[in-house]
Each structure stands twice: as C-alpha cells, then as structure tokens.
Design a protein around this ligand. Structure first.
Ligand code: SAH
Length: 415
C-alpha cells in the first residue's frame, strides 16, 4: 500500500535543548514528557516534529524527543540513554516491539479490533493506532507526528493486511489544523491511504461482531479498552437482568446478551449511540429482550429506584469526569453518586461493575470510594481489573482504566 499523501512533508531539523534539572532527572528515569516551563533553551527554535536533542550541563547526550512548541508538553521523548539515530529503522523497531507485545490478540481470529500503538506506553508518545479488521485508524495527540507519519505507518501497513488508513486527531491538533493551511489530508477523518470508507467498519471482539464509526466516533470508533471486562460481564450474565449504564454503542450490552441475560437495558444520553447498541445486541444475540433508554444516567437510575426496578448485573462505565487536579474532588463525588444509585437498583445476590477512566483517580482510591458506599450490605467478593494487554501501562500517567466488580450478598437480617 502506498502512503502517497504523506510525501510532501518538510524535512526535520535537530534542536539542541537544555532543560531544568528536575526535567533532566525525569528524562533520565525514562519519563516521556518535558513540559514547556522546564525548557531553558532551544537552538534553533523548533517547529512541531523537529527532533529535540537534550544535553546536560556537560554537553552530554541525555535523550531525544519530538518537539511540539504549540503544546504544554513541549517534548515527547522517543529515547534516552546513549545517542541513537531516529530514522525509519528506529520506528520500525518500535512498531515491531508493539506488535510483539500484542501477539496473543493478533493471533486470535475471534478478535480483530485492537490497539496496535498505545502512545507513550509503547514508546511512541502522542500516537495511537487502532486496528479494526483491515482498517487502521491513526490518532494524533501532537502535530509533531505529521512529519514522521510515513516512517511509523510504513512498517505497520507492511505487517498488517491493510485496506484503508484513516486519520483522527485530538482537539488541540484539530485546532492547529484549522489555524494554518496544510496538505489536503490534514483534516479529521481523512483517508491517508487505500480505499475510501463511508460505512462503519465491522470487526470482531471475542467472537462477537461490532461496527466501529472510525471516521467520526468517540476515540477511534469503539471503546476497545473494555474488551476483557466485557468478557467478564458475559460470564456473569447467564439468567441475569442486566442494566448497562453509559452503554454507548452497547459493547457490554451485546456481551451480556450473548452470555444469556434474560433482559438487557441500555442507558445513554446519545440516542444515536443507542441505535447502534440495538443493532449490536440484535446481531449478536437475536431474540434478546433488549430495551434502550435515552437520557441522563443519574436521572434514569433515580427513576428506576423509585419504580423499585431491580437488576442482577449493573454496569456503570461513565466518561472521564476529570482531566485536571482541581476537578478530582467533584469527579469522586460524581462516581460516589453513581455507586449509590447503582446499589439502589441492584438485586440481592447481584453484581455491580463500576469503571473509571480518569487517570487522576488511582485504583486504590477508586476502590476505597466505592467501598465507602456499601453501607450495611455484605459483599461476598470484590475484585478490581485494570487495562487489557493492548493498552499497556508504560509510565505512571499511562494507567487510567480500572473497574471494580462487587458481588453482593444478602442484606443482614433478611435471611
Ligand atoms: N460503556 C461504553 C463506553 C462508554 S463511554 C462501551 O463499552 O463502549 C461514555 C458514554 O457515556 C458515551 O456514550 C456518552 O454518550 C455517555 N454519556 C455521557 N454523559 C452521560 C450522561 N449524563 N448520561 C448518560 N450517558 C452519558
């Protein structure tokens, strides 16, 4: 496959960089980020995608990274230690490492949707590549990658049978695109190579079939990181009345239905997402008693509570409620309200699954907060899970997803 569109990219310069002592220590420890306020000098002034070479006060090489002067993360480190050329071979090696880490999923014909490159955690900082069958979706978190896209995509396209490559970008990168003109492929959802694509992409997850909205959906079109938790839900679902709150396109709903749930109720604020959820349940478990409810999850849980509705398996997988330190307390309160509301509709002997994708709230904290809401209920077993193998955690900030499965006993005194 030809990545022709990417040919006209200006050449990359190296930029001699000095940073504050604290940042230098972090880079030596292998941390992937250097913030703009830690930079002492750069010569010449970088443009996004230049290679920032960090030296210490004795002019020794410390590391090399991608410069992005438009971002608070001014350098995303590619390598530290001894000097190394950043060339096609370097990117091919990094891609090879990432693919090797995912061998177990790549060899599994029942799962064709997975994350191939997970940014910093695969030592390709600011770059995500997801695969849905023969479609690759590249998501940029820094414009610095634009000039290296060809080098990093070429080995991926070679290794994976690829029909189309689609480009997505973070809001910050999209803003930079709209503020200055560039090549025609620089827009959200553009097709970088291969066939045009105007329908959702079918792929498999643990034997079930789903559709990914790769050109416009959340993230790259599907929430791939919940694969293992969905399988766990599927095993718990036999004979259960299942409530899937913040269902989005119904990944959990479909797995629960396939696991033999007697009924599945999907709740989301997006009616469009619920239409897709309806489809996903229907194709994977025809005949399931499935209902969808569009609206605010907090209100709907409250309404179900007042209607005395009960479920044997309650799944709560909200969007991130916090992106910076200041909003952490409010986010923890919101998670707490959801735990309470989930427990209010949970039947005796049922299971509550609650997830959080807020990187700023750690697993221990999240578990403690959930336990604090248990009240006088007995819980037979409480388990936590983390990220699946295609979302490795390579640095402290790389861990974001955790889920608690709380299996409820019976209320004391109810026999
Ligand atoms: N569980 C999903 C992923 C959830 S993503 C899966 O497995 O694929 C978060 C979802 O929450 C999005 O679909 C979004 O539309 C929905 N959402 C955001 N705020 C909401 C609210 N207040 N009430 C209900 N749904 C909400």
């Amino acid at each position: 496959m030809q990545l022709v569109a990417l040919d006209e990219i200006p050449s990359v310069r190296t930029v001699a960089t000095r940073v504050e002592p604290r940042a230098l220590r972090a880079v030596r420890r292998g941390h992937p980020w250097v913030f703009d306020h830690s930079i002492r000098s750069q010569q010449p002034n970088p443009t996004p995608g230049d290679l920032a070479v960090i030296f210490d006060d004795r002019r020794r090489f410390v590391g090399i990274g991608l410069a992005d002067p438009s971002s608070p993360i001014a350098i995303r480190m590619l390598h530290h230690g001894s000097p190394l050329a950043i060339d096609a071979r370097f990117f091919a090696d990094r891609v090879g490492d990432a693919l090797a880490r995912r061998r177990s999923i790549l060899d599994d014909p029942d799962t064709t949707g997975l994350r191939l490159i997970h940014g910093e955690n695969d030592r390709l900082p600011g770059l995500v590549v997801d695969r849905y069958a023969d479609i690759l979706v590249v998501k940029l978190y820094t414009g610095a990658w634009e000039r290296h896209l060809r080098a990093v995509l070429h080995p991926l396209v070679e290794a994976c049978d690829t029909r189309t490559v689609v480009l997505r970008a973070s809001r910050a990168v999209q803003r930079s695109w709209s503020s200055n003109a560039g090549p025609s492929w620089r827009h959200e959802g553009s097709v970088l190579a291969g066939d045009n694509l105007d329908t959702p992409v079918p792929f498999r997850e643990r034997g079930l079939t789903f559709l990914a909205e790769v050109r416009s959906g959340h993230k790259t079109g599907f929430f791939l990181d919940q694969r293992d938790n969905r399988q766990r839900v599927r095993r718990l679902a036999a004979g259960a009345r299942v409530l899937d709150v913040f269902s989005s396109s119904g990944g959990f709903s479909a797995h629960a239905a396939a696991g033999g749930a007697v009924s599945v109720t999907s709740v989301d604020i997006s009616a469009a997402a619920l239409d897709v959820a309806r489809h996903h349940v229907a194709v994977n478990a025809p005949g399931t008693d499935h209902s969808v409810v569009a609206g605010n999850a907090f209100d709907i849980l409250n309404r179900f509570h007042h209607q005395r509705r009960r479920f044997d398996l309650v799944i709560i997988d909200p969007p991130s409620f916090t992106s910076d330190r200041r909003t952490v307390p409010a986010a923890r309160r919101a998670y707490g309200r959801l735990t309470r509301a989930g427990l209010d509709v949970l039947a005796d002997g049922g299971t509550l699954m609650q997830a959080s994708c807020s990187a700023r709230i750690g697993e221990a904290q999240f578990l403690t907060d959930i336990r604090a809401r248990f009240g006088d209920w007995l819980f037979e077993r409480v388990e936590t899970t983390g990220q699946p193998v295609d979302h490795p955690v390579g640095f402290p900030e790389g861990g974001y997803l955790k889920a608690v499965f709380a299996h409820r006993g019976r209320r004391p005194g109810t026999g």
